[in-house]
Design a protein around this ligand. Structure first.
Ligand SMILES: [Fe+2]
Length: 206
């Protein structure tokens, strides 16, 4: 299924990284093993300040995450099994609380973020879930973490630096285009959520 791989940023460094990721994914018998092996190349990508063009480090007024957040697709595979994007959150702004339904790595490239990690206390059907704030993580450039559903998959991120924060997200689905969930922890409300990408379209679903 699917078409060709798409590179929205054309840089040798990015192609090299994606090639590396695909090899590791093909060779790894489990997500846990893949994540363990991806840490080193992902850390090096975060440490390299050259490869991400300035245009992909900018907030955007029309992003699907709201609050002028930019989510810039950098690469996605033709079969929908892999995507890499930069999330740009203006100072003081926050994403909705959301899940991913895909495992991967998220790391900080510039600025500073706070990640609020939520745990499901009680689920009452598809539309109501009681969440509890489980952890607050402060992220500085080079720091990164794993997302692994279902237990480690719900969070919100907000920028705590004076400049926008830029984080790099490597996920094992075409994450901007799949339907997932946004949560309101105060009320327990759950809504269908598809973030889209600032700079790329999703095929419409029936
Ligand atoms: Fe996220």
């Amino acid at each position: 299924m699917g078409g060709a791989d798409e590179y929205l940023v054309e840089r040798p460094r990015l192609r090299q990284f994606v090639g590396n990721v695909k090899r590791i994914l093909a060779e790894s018998p489990s997500p846990a093993e893949a994540l363990r092996r991806l840490r080193e190349p992902f850390g090096r990508l975060l440490a390299d300040s050259d490869w991400l063009p300035e245009a992909y480090r900018q907030p955007c007024e029309t992003g699907g995450m709201g609050s002028n957040i930019g989510n810039w697709l950098l690469y996605r595979s033709g079969d929908g099994s892999l995507s890499l994007f930069s999330l740009v959150v203006p100072p003081g702004a926050s994403t909705p609380v959301h899940d991913h339904l895909a495992w991967g790595l998220v790391g900080l490239y510039s600025g500073e973020q706070e990640e609020l990690v939520y745990r499901v206390v009680e689920a009452a059907g598809e539309t109501r879930v009681r969440l509890e704030l489980a952890q607050v993580n402060r992220l500085r450039p080079g720091d990164f973490y794993e997302l692994v559903p279902p237990d480690n998959d719900i969070h919100a991120v907000r920028t705590v630096s004076a400049e926008p924060s830029v984080s790099i997200h490597l996920l094992t689905k075409d994450i901007g285009c799949i339907w997932r969930h946004a949560y309101e922890p105060e009320t327990g409300t759950v809504k269908p959520f598809r973030s889209g990408y600032t700079n790329a379209a999703c095929e419409t679903e029936a």
